[in-house]
Design a protein around this ligand. Sequence first.
Ligand code: AHM
Ligand code: MG
Length: 335
Amino acid sequence: DAAHVLDRDCTTLSRHVLQQLQSFSAEAQDLSALMNRIALAGKLIARRLTRAGLVEDALGFTGRTNVQGESVKKMDIYANDVFISVFKQSGLVCRLASEEMEDPYYIPENCPIGRYTLLYDPIDGSSNVDINLNIGSIFSIRRQQGDDLDQKATDLLQDGHQQLAAGYILYGPSTVLVYSIGRGVHSFTLDPSLGEFILSRENIQVPAHGANYSVNEGNFWQWDDSIRDYIRYVHRHDGYSARYSGALVGDFHRILMQGGVFLYPGTRKRPEGKLRLLYETAPLAFLIEQAGGQASTGTQRLLDVVPSELHHRTPLVIGSPEDVALVESFIQERR
Ligand code: AHM
Ligand code: MG
């Protein structure tokens, strides 16, 4: 009823960011504006996705391959461009770097005054797009260091501790935005009738251990012995459930909420695994640590990894602290 609805303190995302920083300093206002822009991009992408089967040219492939050698979907391009156009108007960002672009995209009118860089994966879990299953967008914000006049963006090749903010948008039955600015992890649900992301959970903490293990077991014979040993351990013990959707954001969200571990280990063909550091694994590592969990390459804390190039890949073991530690102990044993 109406009274019940009003009972609820409807905290919007931008208000939440300001509250978190407890200030109206220039940086607090910048972060609030940046998060607002990300929310706008999420709303635009969510809107297109809800009608994708009805709109011409929303689904399927473009016929091109990206820097990573992966086939590009129309939705990848749409979402990539949404972030660019939304940030063009912000004045705060001079460069954007994404999975879909070999080099960063510069917005000359915002350079060099744009003090921040947006790193993002516009559509994570692309293979789910055409079958109407969950997908996501992942984002990370870093402060631009230096003028980058030669446009080489070398200042981005730093560890994950440099992130000012990180998060994702999950396009599922509802659209959910999860973010952290280094003060806990908070989730917001899009109320489509208001067009606003409203706070749904504050200070999320991942359980110390969980039943879920999330990994593509089709790669079993591609892994190191240590990973196979861990999976055999899981198979022999009660209380584990396999959950793998093919979209990292969705699998990660389950683990954040319920506990467990997500793994994308190196394979024989790709010893560094599949996932990219700057706009996939580092943002999620930032979130999980803020939620009391852990993220690792298997042998190193993920946030400590310094990328050697923009599209640098890392293996990923992420989730509940006890589960990540167990995987690491199997890897340690075999070294
Ligand atoms: P994408 O960003 O191109 O969609 O690739 C990343 C995705 C992750 O969402 C998911 O966890 C993984 O790739 C699935 O890969 P695989 O099919 O090898 O298991
Ligand atoms: Mg991805």
